[in-house]
Design a binder for this molecule. Structure first.
Ligand SMILES: Cc1cc2nc3c(=O)[nH]c(=O)nc-3n(C[C@H](O)[C@H](O)[C@H](O)COP(=O)(O)O)c2cc1C
Length: 357
């Protein structure tokens, strides 16, 4: 397979609550210089009434980075979009895909899919407030509203107000009866539906999300070759890479977190980057990042190491690494505020000796 040439495709790591915080993003950025990163969803209430610096600050190295907002009030969203722009974010993304009860009680997230006029008003208001792109992340539908017409109407109304990029999680959400986790697993993926949307709205950037976890899958999403699959278990022939309409990019969620070094492969294969760092180099860089965060910002070591547990996923000694970072023998130390960054280096040594054994 040849790396993508010409304009770089949009390959991103999904917004993931409790996972893609600033430490995680710093770590992922070391692995993959070209992928776009998204924050966790931040609600307008948290930004307007809470400690906005806590939610918004990020490291310069994290660019390109998008701020994902959760909310449904056009004025509040505009205020928060402007805050994001002032902090230096490259994109503001509106969450229309989260089905959690907490989000539903605030009448935003996935339940906004039933309110396309409201979302259009939100997008219009945000786009007026900032110069950077305003984008939307949604599902293909919710509950029994899962037809092509439903999604087409949603996308069309919002596009009219200036949103040019939609990240579409290719499964619907059930608002009642399923947990957020189940809502990422139970409703079937339907790439076909997203492809129909791309075919109808060819002028829009349509980024496919959901179940993308192999290089072949990404090539297939970009329609750069005819075979290969995003998920081998998929029955739909188009899911096996027989797509004809290329999407404009792919967003990767769980795989990027659970097996983060997959992103180095993405760098090499998709972006043609020959200078990716080795896992060991990343550990060294993270140890010095951790030292600095502990010393100057009073960050507990655990807040950083918890994102690094999957780094040696599938590698010899991977289990020793995981254990050294998360459980014995350093548990008490590593999990205590004030623990020293050396623990990261000790975990690497432990992994190296297990690997050699
Ligand atoms: C732990 C976790 C937290 C998530 N939080 C968010 C969120 O804050 N905003 C959002 O739009 N999606 C969120 N998602 C959904 C992901 O962005 C993504 O749409 C979903 O995981 C499907 O992609 P994947 O199959 O590549 O994982 C979350 C997913 C996970 C696993």
């Amino acid at each position: 397979m040849k790396p993508v040439t010409g304009q770089k495709p949009h390959i991103s790591v999904a917004p993931m609550m409790d996972w893609t915080d600033r430490h995680c993003r710093y770590f992922l950025r070391l692995i993959a210089p070209h992928v776009r990163l998204y924050t966790e969803m931040v609600t307008t209430g948290a930004l307007i009434h809470g400690d906005k610096d806590r939610f918004l600050r990020f490291h310069d190295a994290e660019h390109p980075i998008a701020l994902q907002l959760g909310g449904s009030d056009p004025k509040d969203l505009a205020t928060c979009a402007k805050m994001g722009e002032d902090y230096g974010y490259d994109e503001i993304n509106l969450n229309c895909g989260c089905p959690s009860d907490r989000v539903q009680s605030g009448a935003f997230g996935a339940c906004l899919m039933k309110e396309p006029d409201q979302v259009a008003a939100c997008v219009e208001s945000m786009a007026e407030a900032v110069q950077i792109p305003v984008t939307v992340k949604c599902r293909i539908g919710i509950d029994d509203h899962d037809s092509f017409e439903f999604l087409d109407n949603f996308v069309g109304k919002i596009a009219e107000k200036g949103c040019k990029t939609f990240v579409i999680h290719a499964r619907k959400a059930w608002l009642k009866g399923l947990s957020p986790k189940e809502n990422r697993e139970v409703p079937e993926l339907n790439y076909n539906r997203v492809e129909e949307i791309k075919a109808k709205h060819s002028d829009l950037n349509i980024i496919l999300n959901g179940g993308v976890k192999t290089i072949e899958g990404i090539f297939s999403v970009l329609s750069l070759r005819k075979q290969g699959s995003c998920e081998t278990s998929m029955k739909d022939p188009r899911l096996r890479g027989e797509s004809i309409t290329p999407f404009d990019g792919a967003m990767i969620g769980r795989e990027a977190y659970q097996n983060p070094y997959f992103l180095a492969e993405v760098e090499k294969e998709i972006f043609g980057n020959k200078q990716t760092l080795s896992r060991e180099d990343i550990v060294l860089a993270m140890a010095s990042y951790a030292e600095q965060q502990i010393e100057h910002h009073d960050v507990p070591l655990k807040s950083i190491t918890r994102h690094m547990i999957g780094l040696f996923h599938g590698q010899k000694g991977g289990r020793a690494w995981r254990r050294a970072l998360s459980t014995l023998p350093h548990e008490a130390e590593a999990y205590e505020s004030g623990a020293k960054a050396d623990i990261i280096l000790q975990a690497l040594e432990e992994r190296q000796s297990r690997k050699a054994a």
